[in-house]
Design a protein around this ligand. Structure first.
Ligand code: ADP
Length: 322
């Protein structure tokens, strides 16, 4: 995950919600992709490290166990850069230009100059990120499948020249639940300002939920409303564990027998119940910065041991040995 901002409910559903259970079955590596943040946000790096620490605190608060999984920071393992450089020698530029997100992002983020080598090369840096750990599976959504395809082709091409050195990673397609924004936009996203952060107070959550977009036809509580595609109910489905309450609210909403205030207040309460333990753990972690730093550095040292071994193998295969 790139340390480009604070984590929100979308990250909880779309990323951490998948990462946490994977720890039971796999040897997992979760990292702060700080160099990837630079591929688009290079002009202002003032908040980068603060976001990195806050993001790690959020991961741990949400259930990533630093003993069981390897949590690290990309730039603390400089072997990522070396493998990327070596891969860049054999991977043709047009392969990267053809990655769909390349042109899309350049068009979407018009306020940034994305004509850099770093931005063009980021899917190849991702390839190095995975190959460095002999990563077999990468938990991604549909939108990342093209990047995994590039990773597989790049590894194959490298192996064609130098032997079976690197492992071809497979996408592990995660059920990609995309959480809509508070404003009804299809995606909760920091750039749209339609988020609930994991760090928001209970009062902020209540205030934000009260202001949420809902069925615009319902100007009065006795008008029957639409549940499908209504973000208030999408959130209820995602976060309210009391399914009987949710079913009852849906039935009364469809029948025009419940006010928005009740639907939203129960949602805010359910969200706060879900977020409260996360909030407490995140506050504890952030109030002991030395301990958090130690977790990040220990994890990075563990990651680096593996990365160094892979690079040894790569240098041998390439006969770059002095
Ligand atoms: P980046 O800017 O690095 O692409 P984001 O902060 O947009 O990253 O997202 C990081 C991860 O969180 C991605 O894996 C993405 O799938 C997930 N994510 C972000 N927003 C949402 C959302 N609204 N719903 C579901 N998943 C989300």
């Amino acid at each position: 995950m790139r340390p480009t901002g604070q984590l929100h409910l979308g990250h909880l559903i779309g990323a951490l919600g998948n990462w946490v259970p994977l720890q039971q079955r796999y040897d997992c590596f979760y990292f702060v992709a700080d160099w990837h943040a630079l591929t688009s946000d290079y002009a202002d790096t003032s908040r980068l490290t603060a976001h990195a620490y806050e993001n790690v605190a959020d991961w741990i608060a949400a259930g990533i166990d630093p003993e069981r999984s390897t949590i690290f920071v990309q730039s603390l393992v400089p072997e990522h850069a070396e493998l990327y450089l070596l891969l860049s020698m054999v991977v043709p530029v047009p392969w990267l230009e053809r990655v769909p997100t390349y042109k899309e992002q350049q068009e979407n983020l018009k306020d940034k100059d994305l004509s850099s080598i770093g931005f063009l090369g980021y899917p190849l840096l991702q390839t190095a990120d995975v190959a460095l750990y002999d990563g077999q599976f990468v938990p991604v959504g549909e939108d990342q499948v093209a990047h995994l395809e590039l990773a597989r082709e790049s590894v194959r091409r490298f192996n064609n020249f130098f032997g079976e050195v690197l492992v071809e990673p497979q996408p592990m397609l995660t059920k990609f639940a995309r959480l809509p924004g508070l404003d009804g936009d299809k995606k909760m996203s920091k750039s749209l300002g339609n988020t609930i952060h994991l760090s928001d107070s209970a009062a902020d959550v209540m205030k934000k939920v009260r202001s949420m977009y809902t069925d615009p036809k319902r100007t009065r509580a006795d008008i029957p409303g639409t549940v499908e595609g209504n973000p208030v109910f999408t959130y209820h489905d995602a976060f309210n564990t009391n399914t009987a309450e949710v079913d009852d609210l849906k039935a009364r909403y469809r029948a025009g027998k419940v006010g928005d205030v009740e639907v939203k207040t129960t949602l805010a309460n359910a969200l706060n119940a879900h977020l409260e333990p996360i909030r407490q753990r995140r506050t504890e972690l952030l109030s002991a910065p030395e301990r958090l730093r130690e977790i990040v550095f220990d994890g990075s040292a563990r990651a680096r041991t593996i990365a160094v071994e892979t690079l040894d193998r790569v240098r041998d295969a390439m006969k770059i040995r002095y």
